[in-house]
Design a protein around this ligand. Sequence first.
Ligand code: NAP
Length: 264
Amino acid sequence: MSLRYNNKVAVVTGGSKGIGRGIVRVFVENGAKVVFCARGRAEGESLEGELNQAGPGLCTFVTCDVSKEDDIKRLIVFTVEKYGQIDCLVNNAGWHPPHKPTDDTTAEEFRDLLNLNLVSYFLASKYALPHLRQRQGNIINVSSLVATLGQKDAAPYVASKGAIISMTKAMAVDESRYNVRVNCISPGNVMTPLWEDLAGQTPDAIAAIKAGENAQLMGRMGTEVESGLMALYLAADATFCTGIEMLLSGGAELNYGFKSQIPN
Ligand SMILES: NC(=O)c1ccc[n+]([C@@H]2O[C@H](COP(=O)([O-])OP(=O)(O)OC[C@H]3O[C@@H](n4cnc5c(N)ncnc54)[C@H](OP(=O)(O)O)[C@@H]3O)[C@@H](O)[C@H]2O)c1
């Protein structure tokens, strides 16, 4: 099998678990050199060991909290010092807080989530772009299907994800002069530790997961590897695509469902 991203250098934020882990895995399987970050060291180092043993690409784990600008700078500087180039930045690290009505949500909670989910994507792009321009590279932002659908009791999260899609388009316009492509992926339901955590906060986690599976026409959730394959397509193959949103949703946005919130 030919390697689709051989010797390219990628930075993946939030790469130790879930969707980011799927992206790191598929990139390494396709020959890339990947620097990935998270806050927790144990999962990151364990994934680094596993993937480097399997190859054929390489990966390096770096601890970094993307809510801190200095950490983001350090991640980019580390990558350039190690490999001398960046071909792809995947902005993925983010969080979905437990569902909460607007009435109970504070301004500080909203601002903190915007900082984590949105400003971090902006800053990582800002620091990586001088290097991406030299390589005519690309940025992939992980948004969410709920940016388009909306979601109950999650206004700050939905707003942060909607802004990611808009920022993707704005940066695609700005960076086109350097031949840097900027695209985004909007996952629907992908089974990850985050999804499991959220299900665990409901009265019946098994029922919540079943309902999550049934939200797709395909009757199942997406996988980490399917997330990686979509990112690889955008990075390696989609050379005439910029400013687009690709849905990774199993058809969750189609057909009518049981949507009324009005009590019978
Ligand atoms: N799963 C879904 O169904 C779904 C659907 C739509 C959109 N998304 C989006 O996809 C992205 C990944 O979600 P996921 O479900 O894969 O989440 P996940 O299972 O919680 O994994 C998140 C990853 O990001 C890291 N991370 C979290 N906060 C961080 C921070 N402040 N700095 C650096 N790394 C951080 C985590 O490691 P540490 O905790 O150790 O830092 C972990 O590696 C998020 O942007 C999410 O909004 C997910």
